[in-house]
Design a protein around this ligand. Structure first.
Ligand SMILES: *[C@@H]1O[C@H](CO)[C@@H](O)[C@H](O)[C@H]1NC(C)=O
Ligand SMILES: *[C@@H]1O[C@H](CO)[C@@H](O)[C@H](O)[C@H]1NC(C)=O
Ligand SMILES: *[C@@H]1O[C@H](CO)[C@@H](O)[C@H](O)[C@H]1NC(C)=O
Ligand SMILES: *[C@@H]1O[C@H](CO)[C@@H](O)[C@H](O)[C@H]1NC(C)=O
Ligand SMILES: *[C@@H]1O[C@H](CO)[C@@H](O)[C@H](O)[C@H]1NC(C)=O
Ligand SMILES: *[C@@H]1O[C@H](CO)[C@@H](O)[C@H](O)[C@H]1NC(C)=O
Length: 803
């Protein structure tokens, strides 16, 4: 490495960059496992590269790449970089390493580039008239790698809900997936039943090319930014061991049919993704034990747009971003929307605290997680004959007779081997409180101490939802309330005892779906007037493909299962991406907003008992938990009406949020720059969104909200409005009927919302209702949400840690 200091750009101490915690949105452990602090600094080379840090540099509009002056956008960006300090062109020639200072030159996602800069160079650059801002590097943490789970199960197999019964399986649709790697040899990625990709496909396979096929049509790694941060990171040719998360999400979205798989003699049924005939274009942006670099993510989205993907599925997010101009999913998502690409992104796993949802730009489809109707039932049978339900993924063929039942007299969480030994657990069943390390390590401790079985109590916040995990000894995981019953039994009995009865996989359980306890909740911190999450989909105990099952001891010669179970909004997002592929296949001309609307207005708000969908605590789920509801793929294929939006429609909305012109322009790039003072500034409530949200600070209130609907159902049709709101408000819709004469006809309506007379003027409580347009078989439903504005008791934006 040569000395790269030029004139004033001399070696200076490294910039201290605060560690940023962002996450791949999969639930790792339900215990309060701390997010491994990554230690970016320690990872850096201790040579001269240390003084250079990666920055994302945004160029001001109207400074734009001029085709008459520069050959291409990267030569323009290189010239901007060379204009800083006295790093003249000669310097570039003298020092070939200089050229590598430009890491990425972006074409679609932002007006800017990423580059390696010293603090002094950055200071010089910030004086340039073309300079808008620079973001220091940011790492998205990968959290799943060390805690994979095992499932031996039987039943329907495929990701919950299975393949929707439709003749459309997503043929010709390309789903782009950004993740940590993909195991190309996986049976879910078999290309034999697939047609070649459509002619518009412009991407490539950079992994060992023999592994791509008509299913996995593209595979590329983005590590140009990451490699400067993380020592020893090399271009992974075929990241077989790095695909734990990415193989799971890819096979959930578009995995091929895999019939008759079997694990340890248990039938697995036929596994398949949501759109089993769609193509997968894989973009590796995350690295095991490292994370995902923001600038690599942006570069992948930049290329994916040009490669011709139809849908982008992102199971990563940033909990710390300030606004939409500071977040790769928002920035990339806007450019994607401009190109007709739907971005379906995980909403986060920091629920059930309010205000925790991420990826909340209105041009992104934000996905929360729900439970499925499949359980891995295990019963704790107490000595007094009482039977209590739990779940288990660690079932022996036979557990046998009753055994003494004891509590951990240490911390209660079974995390101290000494404490366990002091109570002599040999041959007994021990019950453990939530908390501590729930991974296989805890079970190993208990087994070492000699216990015959373990009962793990789930955290109280998880209500009735259990996310079972594999353990090295027979284990039943029980809801918090069940755990308290068992503890009471132990305390009141002289000789408490229990046995386990394992029932295996049970389907059609109810109530189902429920909102997953970890699924992040609204309100939307960056745009309070847009309800988020948009929708929920299956994200608890999802079975899908993995390269190999990790962290579990297998018998020698055992056939390694290639399916595993994972939970998180990471798992929900690819379900929705797959459903979006089916809609896109059926309606190739629909905009991303129309596809999103179709899913939202047809989503279910009742469970399989026809009761209002419950949250994990058993109470009815709020809109902040479930958005418009749980996805209903069949209905979404034919929604009747859609709330359409073009990318340009978000511009007056962004102005209405009070963003500066610079911020608006950095988001809407490559659209031409705008000045908000010269545009109508839209109130958030009036964005033509499929959900209806109004924030109010006091009563009485009265407001008009406008919407327009596009007829995509029956050419000649009449819709009548039905409104259902609590007595504290009145809602009037004008006109109350909409008569369409043609397909694609657009009609407007106005909703007048008023607080009912006689309401006190103090405070506003959250009001939930719904508006439906009904015609024949169509019901086009929008949630109506009225709640306090930021001024009136806004919820905490600080997520509380899960315990
Ligand atoms: C852009 O132009 C430079 C020379 O100015 C050239 O080295 C580079 O390969 C070009 N890049 C592309 C993507 O065409
Ligand atoms: C799917 O639906 C078609 C007709 O709608 C029916 O003939 C077929 O049996 C269904 N298949 C399954 C697997 O339910
Ligand atoms: C490509 O992958 C195949 C199958 O894994 C392997 O047999 C072959 O040797 C690989 N080729 C190269 C060039 O690595
Ligand atoms: C622990 O309990 C088991 C059976 O309950 C008994 O056989 C064993 O001797 C006990 N060990 C100690 C050290 O007391
Ligand atoms: C929605 O708007 C886009 C952009 O104007 C248009 O192409 C599309 O046809 C419209 N309708 C639907 C149903 O997507
Ligand atoms: C609906 O409203 C839009 C503006 O939001 C307007 O441009 C359009 O003309 C209206 N359409 C009808 C049929 O009134």
């Amino acid at each position: 490495m040569g000395n790269r200091s030029h004139g004033p750009c001399s070696v200076l101490p490294r910039l201290a960059i605060g560690a940023v915690v962002a996450v791949l949105l999969v639930v790792v452990s339900l215990a309060a496992t701390p997010v491994a602090s990554h230690g970016d600094h320690e990872d850096h080379h201790h040579d001269d590269t240390g003084v250079h840090r990666n920055y994302l540099v945004i160029v001001r509009k109207p400074y734009q790449y001029d085709t008459n002056v520069y050959k291409n956008v990267s030569s323009w960006h290189a010239s901007l970089l060379a204009s800083v300090c006295d790093m003249a062109k000669e310097a570039m020639e003298e020092d070939p390493g200089y050229a590598t200072r430009l890491i990425y030159s972006y074409r679609n996602v932002v007006n800017g580039f990423s580059a390696r800069l010293t603090p002094e160079e950055l200071a010089e650059m910030s004086k340039m008239d073309w300079f808008d801002k620079a973001f220091p590097e940011k790492t998205y943490q990968l959290l799943t790698t060390h805690t994979p789970q095992l499932l031996g199960l039987m039943g329907a197999g495929a990701s919950a809900g299975g393949v929707w019964n439709t003749s459309n399986m997503g043929e010709g649709i390309i789903i782009g997936i950004l993740d940590d790697g993909i195991y190309a040899g996986h049976p879910s990625l078999d290309g034999r039943d697939m047609n070649p990709p459509p002619a518009k496909w412009n991407g490539r396979c950079d992994f060992n090319e023999t592994v791509c096929n008509n299913k996995l049509i593209g595979a590329r790694s983005f590590f140009e930014s990451a490699k400067w941060k993380w020592k020893g990171l090399r271009d992974p040719v075929l990241p077989i061991n790095e695909g734990q998360h990415g193989t799971h999400t890819s096979s959930t979205a578009a995995g091929a049919f895999v019939p008759g798989a079997n694990i340890f003699g248990l039938g697995l049924g036929t596994a398949a993704g949501m759109a089993p005939r769609a193509h997968i274009a894989f973009y590796q942006v995350c690295y095991v034990e490292k994370g995902c670099d923001r600038d690599d993510i942006l570069a992948a989205v930049d290329d994916a747009i040009e490669d011709g993907v139809d849908i982008l599925s992102l199971s990563l997010g940033d909990e710390k971003a300030d606004d939409f101009s500071d977040d790769p999913v928002s920035l990339g998502g806007y450019s994607a929307a401009m190109h007709g690409v739907l971005v379906s992104a995980a909403g986060g796993n920091t629920g059930p605290s309010p205000g925790t949802v991420v990826n909340e730009a209105p041009w992104v489809l934000t996905v929360g997680a729900s439970t499925t109707d499949r359980r891995f039932l295990a019963i704790v049978k107490l000595g007094n004959g009482v039977r209590l339900d739990g779940e288990s993924l660690s079932e022996p063929k036979k557990f046998g007779a009753k055994r003494p039942l004891v509590r951990d007299m240490g911390d209660g969480m079974c995390t101290s081997e000494n404490a366990l030994r002091s109570i002599n657990v040999t041959g007994k069943i021990i019950i453990c409180d939530p908390g501590g390390d729930l991974s296989t390590e805890k079970a190993k401790l208990v087994r070492r101490a000699g216990a015959a079985g373990m009962i793990i109590i789930a955290p109280q916040a998880f209500g009735l939802v259990i996310v079972p995990r594999p353990h090295v000894l027979p284990t039943v995981q029980v809801p918090f309330v069940v755990g308290q019953k068992i503890k009471t039994y132990i305390q009141t009995m002289k000789r408490p005892a229990a046995t386990f009865v394992f029932k295996g996989t049970v389907l059609n359980t109810s109530p189902s779906p429920m909102v997953a306890p970890f699924s992040s909740r609204g309100p939307n911190r960056r745009s309070r007037g847009i309800l988020k999450p948009d929708i929920i989909g299956p994200g608890v105990n999802i079975l899908a493909g993995v390269p190999e099952v990790e962290g579990v001891e297998f018998a020698r010669n055992a056939v390694m299962p290639m399916f595993d179970i994972k939970s998180g909004t990471s798992m929900a997002a690819p379900h929705i991406s797959g459903v979006a592929a089916l809609i896109k296949k059926a309606h190739p001309t629909w905009s991303p907003a129309a596809i999103k609307s179709a899913m939202m207005t047809t989503a279910n708000t009742v469970d399989n008992l026809q009761k209002p969908m419950a949250d994990a605590d058993g109470k009815p789920a709020t809109y902040f938990a479930m958005g418009a509801g749980n996805v209903n793929p069949q209905k979404a294929m034919d929604p009747g009406l859609v709330y359409n939006l073009t990318a340009a429609d978000y511009v007056p909305y962004l102005c209405g949020l009070g963003y500066t012109d610079q911020k608006v322009n950095s988001i809407i790039h490559p659209a031409p720059p705008v000045e908000c003072t010269k545009l109508p500034n839209l109130d958030q409530k009036d964005l033509n969104y499929p959900s209806i949200t109004a924030t109010v600070d006091q009563t009485p209130f009265a407001m008009d909200i406008t919407r327009s609907v596009t007829n995509v159902g029956v050419a000649s049709s009449t819709y009548a409005v039905e409104v259902d709101v609590p007595a504290s408000v009145t809602v009037e819709v004008k006109p109350p009927t909409l008569t369409f004469n043609a397909l694609d006809e657009v009609l407007n309506y106005t909703i007048t919302v008023k607080s009912a007379s006689g309401q006190p003027s103090l405070g506003v409580s959250t009001i939930e209702g719904q508006l439906k347009w009904v015609s024949g078989n169509y019901v086009v439903r929008s949630p109506i949400l009225i709640f306090p504005g930021a001024g009136a008791g806004a919820e905490s934006t600080q997520p509380t840690p899960q315990t």
